[in-house]
Design a protein around this ligand. Sequence first.
Ligand code: 8YV
Length: 315
Amino acid sequence: MIKLMLAPGIQPEMQAVLQGKYEIFDMTGYDRPSQVPGMDPAEIRAVVTKGESIFTAEMIADLPNLEIISNYGVGYDGTDAVAAKKQGVTVTHTPEVLTDETANTSLLLTLAVTRKLLTLDKLIRAGGWPTEPQELLANSIVGETVGIVGLGRIGKGVARRMEACGAEVAYTDPYKQDVPYTYYPDVLSLAKASRVLVLACMGGAPTRRMINAEVLDALGPDSFLVNAARGSIVDEPALLKALQEGRIAGAGLDVFENEPHVPDAFWNLENVVMMPHRGSATHETRGRMANLCAANLEAHFAGKPVLTPVAEMRD
Ligand code: 8YV
């Protein structure tokens, strides 16, 4: 049986589709593949990672006969795909099958934070509605500009949803595209024009802490930030300060800089709505992701082209 290693923390629904097809080793609890008990690193031919995984060049080098890394997720910014390619290892991911779900998550966070969903839900649960002095009005995105950072598959999904909600859509992206949305050459000018700034770009070095204090101040006290992409894109201490000081109106966050650790200073902020990196976390979408992740492995070991290689494999 082909020997396969799981990166730390691979979910049960993903493991379930691998059971019985591979001899599975789990790196959970260890820093390096070479530390996994009972596993001969030289016998490992496949690794399964996920969007949150950190899988470095050193870890890949620990596995001299590794052939494929199949990522359970579309984002793989923590996996060194360039080093993998150098070592002759194929890297795949699961695009498309989670686009709608992740775009829905951005819409969910946008409406929840602008319409004060949690505050109003809490008002009722606290028995405060009968004695509410006056209606707490919220904020609308109807007729407002929603700026999208990164107009890839998920960014376009967000754009369609915001349009359907009556918002004006604008965007910034390394590539100006033939789309009916206003283009801004950089995130600062987009932030200035946006009532809600939605992040839908890749993580990793190119976008690290791109959303800093200057961008947050450009967004301003009546505007909101939504991030269901990667925590690394935002300077989190700067965001926290801007929220505490009212320099932005609020934020909807599904991802954080040091997951699963969220600074407790966020916990009591009324103007923040948070999810624990659940952008794709529905039974249906995770099922599709698991099947595609497994299908890439099957194609590889059947000697066929993999279905969804990452961009670096095509370079
Ligand atoms: C995770 C994600 O992969 O697709 C991505 O890039 O971050 C998520 O879908 C998923 O949470 C599994 O861990």
